[in-house]
Design a protein. Structure first.
Length: 238
């Protein structure tokens, strides 16, 4: 069983969904410390002047877990919706997602960051055809902290393989995973193909919404489908 454990991010980039797609079980790891100036409450969109941040205001109290972060006001919601409309309203597939996203930003008021993030992530995963099982770390009764807790959650769920993004190299202990009989795999984000994106030069490190608005149902090809196509070509060539 392949496991991925990750904090929820605000409308994350395509690599986040590449990880979810790789997993049999994806665990939202939101009962951990919220980190300032990180991807938890912000992401980037593409503008004529380059990438621009869209940030969800979370107040000044940083001594909270991600799932404890409350949103002090709702003014940002209309602002973010107008930004998406202005930047992507003429994209080929914007209208395909308009109704759902208008409901997210204009149809309800969000009080907790984790609820907002997880709702958007699970919606995007569905649009991409991802069928990975979703769990929450607070439902897995494992003690400890940091890398030890990550390993403990993986063991409790019955992982045979743990897939981590490159940032995991800074804190995960390969020897500990090996001792636990769990294969540790490092995800590579190299060689994603480009697509027809507004405002060249091309930028990969933007919200996945950029990809959806430009490519619609073809989006999975630009995240993982291109690898399958490349493997098929290699096998035919061999």
């Amino acid at each position: 069983m392949r496991i991925v454990i990750n904090q929820s991010n605000y409308i994350p980039w395509k690599g986040y969904f590449d990880l979810i797609h790789d997993a049999d079980v994806f665990v939202f790891y939101d009962d951990v410390q919220f980190t300032k100036n990180d991807w938890r409450n912000r992401n980037r969109v593409k503008t004529a002047d380059g990438p621009q941040w869209m940030t969800v205001p979370v107040g000044r109290d940083l001594n909270r877990r991600i799932n404890e972060v409350t949103l002090p006001d709702h003014h940002w919601q209309g602002k973010h919706w107008r930004t998406l409309e202005q930047l992507y309203g003429k994209a080929p597939f914007f209208d395909r997602y308009r109704e759902f996203l208008a409901g997210i930003y204009l149809g309800r008021q969000w009080d907790r960051l984790s609820d907002l993030n997880q709702t958007l992530i699970q919606w995007v995963a569905g649009e991409l055809g991802i069928t990975t099982r979703i769990m929450h770390s607070h439902d897995v009764p494992v003690g400890g902290s940091g890398a030890n807790r990550v390993l403990g959650i993986a063991q409790a769920i019955g992982a045979s393989e743990y897939v981590s993004g490159p940032a995991g190299r800074a804190y995960l202990d390969p020897a500990a995973f090996a001792d636990a009989g769990i294969t540790l795999t490092w995800k590579s984000y190299d060689s994603y193909p480009e697509y027809a994106q507004f405002h060249p030069p091309f930028e990969h490190a933007v919200t996945v919404l950029d990809l959806l608005f430009h490519t619609g149902p073809g989006a999975p090809h630009y995240i993982w489908g291109w690898r399958d196509a490349a493997r098929t070509m290699e096998s035919h060539a061999g």
